[in-house]
Write a protein that binds this ligand. Structure first.
Ligand SMILES: [Zn+2]
Length: 257
């Protein structure tokens, strides 16, 4: 049985920690800081087995060197095309890896950055800064078309698949989602639930693919209802009705929200 726990870092990052029942080994995803990981491992009498990296940003990678210093020879998996230099096992789209006897398929998900990858199987998805609950990462390096194609890969995962993203951005994302779909009943119910969790200082994650398909405007941006619900808010980015046109408009709307 796999367990995934959140280790808090910076102001709103989660470093996800994977363990299984029959081992004292832990793997962590995107350790932007080493100290919270080292403290967590000590507190739970765990040893670090390896690291998964989704993309090169400092808040996902800055803890790697100190963790490798503390646990020499551990594996650091990450994208083959990453500018981050600490990766020992380079990964490309469609590749399979096994971590703690859990198989993951690598999905290349360019958009937020060009090197971004997600670690997925039918039960778990570590989506870094690509898919957030209620939102999506900013497009620092890729195009809306690339991000939309990345989202389409994630939309094909089972509805029950749990989604572990890196940031606690859910409340802010839902404020935007409600501006886009003010009458989506699933969204209003989810927003209420998240507000309750956050007011009790509880984390809003993981979410699931099924939940995001119901409430995340970026997962839903090919639905005609999205544009009809906010007349006048959308900027015409594409002229030929490309399927990623709504996605591009939404991202632009969010950037200025
Ligand atoms: Zn990032």
């Amino acid at each position: 049985m796999v367990q995934v726990k959140a280790i808090k870092a910076f102001s709103d990052n989660y470093i996800w920690c994977l363990t299984t029942d029959n081992s004292n080994q832990a793997w962590v995803v995107d350790p932007g800081q080493a100290q919270p990981v080292l403290a967590y491992l000590a507190e739970h009498e765990l040893t670090l087995g390896g690291i998964l990296i989704t993309h090169h940003h400092y808040d996902h990678t800055d803890g790697v060197a100190a963790l490798v210093g503390a646990y020499p020879n551990i594996s650091v998996y990450g994208p083959a095309n990453s500018p981050f230099k600490g990766i020992t096992h380079s990964l490309t789209d469609g590749q399979s890896i096994s971590v703690l006897n859990i198989n993951f398929t690598i999905l290349a998900t360019p958009g937020h950055t060009l090197d971004h990858i997600c670690y997925t199987n039918d039960e778990l998805a570590f989506t870094g800064d690509t898919l957030f609950s209620g939102g999506c990462g900013r497009l620092f390096e890729g195009t809306p078309k690339e991000m939309w194609e990345s989202f389409n890969k994630l939309r094909e995962l089972p509805a029950s698949c749990s989604v572990y993203c890196t940031h606690e951005y859910t409340q802010a994302n839902l404020a935007f989602a409600k501006a886009v779909e003010p009458r989506n009943p699933e969204l209003l119910a989810y927003s209420k639930k998240v507000n309750e969790l956050r007011s009790n200082n509880q984390i809003s994650l993981p979410t699931s693919i099924g939940q995001e398909l119901k409430i995340n405007p970026f997962m839903r941006s090919d639905l005609p209802t999205i544009t009809e619900l906010v007349p006048g808010k959308f900027i015409s980015v594409t002229k030929n009705n490309e399927p990623w046109g709504n996605f591009a408009s939404l991202r632009q709307f969010k950037d200025n929200f």
